[in-house]
Design a binder for this molecule. Sequence first.
Ligand SMILES: [Zn+2]
Length: 341
Amino acid sequence: MEFSKKAANVIFHLTKEKLAWKKCFKDDSCEEPTIGSHSVQENRFLNRIAEDGHVLYLQQKIEKDKASYKFHKQGIGSATTFPGFCGTHDTNVFIPIERKDYEIGDKEQEFLFAYRAFAFEYQAKKSYYQTIRHYYDLFDNKDIETLKRYHPLIPFDEINMEEVKEKLLERLNANEKPLKNVENIRKFLNEKLDNKCFSEITTHSFVFPEEYKLVVSNVFYLYADNLGKEINGANEDIISTLTVLPQENETIVLFSYPTQFDVKFRDFMKYIDQSDLEERKKIFSMLIAVYTENIALNPKLWDSMEEEQKKMFYIIYEGTVKDKITPFIALDLNLFTEIKS
Ligand SMILES: [Zn+2]
């Protein structure tokens, strides 16, 4: 059956909605309500990059039939937050990275940065699945009244409900495996945290001897390394996390992955190790632009960047090539720059 344009538009609008999944990542049995957890600490990092309490945060905006990402000004109280932990766990779990600066080689701190980045990803995946599930049920039950209440502008009487339902089911099925994967990783990370097996996550840290005003905390599935060697094949979901932390007179980049996959990442890590500082800035900028969804910048940093650079960032970011390319230093994108006054 040809999928009609009208139905396609309806799906597009429905699935961009978010029914946030709100349960504590630490423990399934935790009954405490979730709070707006910062995926990047407000008092340690966000306030360092803020201008009058605000940062630029990358967010999706929906207009007509196009979703686009742009940096928007946001207060640091809410930027990078997600309903992923209850108040108690949000406080207790992260004490080692809340109460002191990051020190290179501190396995517990490195584990926690990766753990928090993953919790953010988990919450997003669960929310997406839950949203599709909810809409599938509404279509399945032909609950047009509720659908109309949610989306008064969509002409539900004119579309083929069965067609939309089928598409939603396809999406549900396509997300079964990624969802199972994140469930397994969540279990793995919580077990390692409880048993203090922090070395089950390997972290490579890279230091720039200057403080750049950006923060990143993100999970991604690296498609291939710099030489095009596949890291995530069609049947794999190997995660890495990228964390960018500005501290006094320096900027730290942490690249982490489960230690069991060390062999997969070895060549790529060697490549970054052997690159000079300028090349590293490009490598990490590309990783951020291609894969990252959770990034905040100082507004003046963005203002100081050349128009060409800003354009390049959005083009790469919104590219459909996301999982297919290994551009790294092929383009001259650099987010690790100083603010020009
Ligand atoms: Zn909890």
